[in-house]
Ligand binder design. Structure first.
Ligand SMILES: NC(=O)c1ccc[n+]([C@@H]2O[C@H](COP(=O)([O-])OP(=O)(O)OC[C@H]3O[C@@H](n4cnc5c(N)ncnc54)[C@H](OP(=O)(O)O)[C@@H]3O)[C@@H](O)[C@H]2O)c1
Length: 326
């Protein structure tokens, strides 16, 4: 890695817009001479939210690389259509889906059970499903839907699939966060009680920050030789989700937005290539570990205490089968 490449990469990172758009992706791909992701033959992956955008792109590419692809979708018709697209690219011929809404902990338990019965070993779990809720909506257990679908559902799914991930030692868990989390400081009370009036974008950003916090605690509680944990953000990507949730942003950024393949690149690379053990618990963009803070006010005073507090809240809400001591 040349010093010039590192300096240019850092300049991009500081600029935010340069980093998050396709400008950053293209520059880094050239600067660091990225190669295609490695074969995933004999690897099994489970991806949430693979009916659209980054999840669909990741599933298609991993299927091309030879992985057995399982995915979770909340809608049967959309799942069937995604399966056809993924199967058309697959070299292993193994593409299966499970139907569950990630905000519903009962259905998360159900799919985890079916997934464990289907395959004893799980090499990679990708928590990708995500959306911005336009109005205050509650999941079946009374938790705000963004928090339920993107923090509690994935937390429980990881817990339930730990034996399968351990069987792949080291299994990998890749969680898709968002650059939006840079705007938020972790605060459990604001995260769990919400703020008035409801703001879907801010709620989403708070949940995406919480994913970074809980990921560190996963890495602390589960030895890296068993399972390694990574969070990443894809930059700003032209997906159906962005088009429908942030139409003005989509119009303004237009041609600067990344393609789904560019946004999904680091998800796929982390799944297929990266030797994550040395950076267990870290946060990635464009194949490199990145700082988790861009704004001083978002820095925590006691990150270790935040992690434990959030972990305990997730445990209390999901009643997982295993007590993982710190
Ligand atoms: N695009 C970006 O610029 C960007 C930037 C930062 C982070 N991200 C993150 O990247 C991930 C993928 O987003 P995307 O842009 O690809 O959006 P997308 O095109 O809307 O895809 C989101 C996927 O998640 C699924 N999903 C949403 N809520 C779900 C739930 N409760 N249960 C099960 N599945 C659910 C959707 O299913 P349906 O098809 O049924 O709706 C869809 O498959 C999200 O976590 C998002 O926060 C995206």
């Amino acid at each position: 890695m040349s010093a010039t490449a590192l300096v240019l990469d850092q300049l991009l990172e500081t600029s935010v817009v340069g980093s998050f758009t396709r400008v950053g992706y293209d520059a880094r791909r050239r600067l660091f001479h990225w190669t295609a992701a490695s074969s995933m033959l004999e690897k099994s992956v489970l991806i949430t939210g693979a009916t659209s955008g980054l999840g669909l792109e990741s599933a298609i590419t991993m299927a091309k690389l030879g992985a057995s692809v399982h995915f979770i979708a909340r809608d049967e018709t959309r799942a069937r259509s995604a399966r056809e697209q993924i199967l058309a690219a697959s070299t292993s011929g193994e593409v299966e889906y499970l139907v569950a809404d990630m905000s519903d902990l009962h259905s998360v338990r159900d799919v985890a059970e079916r997934m464990s019965a289907r395959s004893e070993r799980l090499d990679v779990l990708v928590h990708n499903a995500g959306a911005i809720a336009p109005t205050l909506t509650f999941a079946s257990d009374g938790v705000e839907v963004t928090l339920a679908a993107q923090l509690l559902g994935p937390f429980l799914l990881t817990q339930l699939l730990l034996p399968s991930l351990r069987a792949a030692a080291p299994g990998k868990v890749v969680t898709v966060s968002s650059g939006g989390m840079y705007t938020q400081r972790f605060d459990l009370a604001r995260l769990t009680n919400g703020v008035e009036p409801y703001d879907g974008v801010e709620t989403y950003a708070r949940v995406k920050r919480a994913l970074i916090v809980v990921n560190h605690e996963w890495a602390r509680r589960v030895p890296a030789r068993e399972v390694v944990f990574a969070t990443m953000h894809p930059g700003w990507v032209d997906t159906p989700g962005v088009r429908s949730s942030l139409p003005r942003f989509h119009r303004v950024m237009g041609p600067l937005l990344r393609s789904p393949a560019q946004g999904a690149d680091t998800i796929i690379w982390l799944a297929a290539d990266a030797q994550l053990a040395a950076s267990d618990g870290d946060f990635w963009l464009d194949r490199r570990v990145r700082s988790e803070y861009k704004v001083p006010r978002t820095r925590p005073t006691n990150p270790a205490a935040d992690q434990v507090e959030l972990w305990e809240w997730c445990v209390a809400r999901t009643s997982p089968p295993e007590t993982l001591s710190p």
